[in-house]
Design a protein around this ligand. Sequence first.
Ligand SMILES: [Ca+2]
Length: 105
Amino acid sequence: MAIFIQGTAITTTTPTISVDPPASTAPLPIGKQIFQLVVVDDSGNVSQPATVTVTIADQTAPTAVINAPQVVASGASFTLDGSKSFDLGGGKVVKYIWTYVGPST
Ligand SMILES: [Ca+2]
């Protein structure tokens, strides 16, 4: 387990490392992120750096929340409100798709 800070190297004696961004404070930004590895042998020889690009993606669907007045006079306009909708996974809601489904039975 390791919390990576940009530009700060972490040294291990094991060949794998878990990337654990602090979930609540500063998750890795959405998009392509580059990680680098330099290895050192038992004689102290240092490798050239190798890099890999990992795409951090929002893979969590947003949640739609719809509100409206409970009763509206016939013929009057009213507002449907989707502003309480929210998204997790590092993204944000950018589109609202409204449908009149029909009478409630
Ligand atoms: Ca999302």
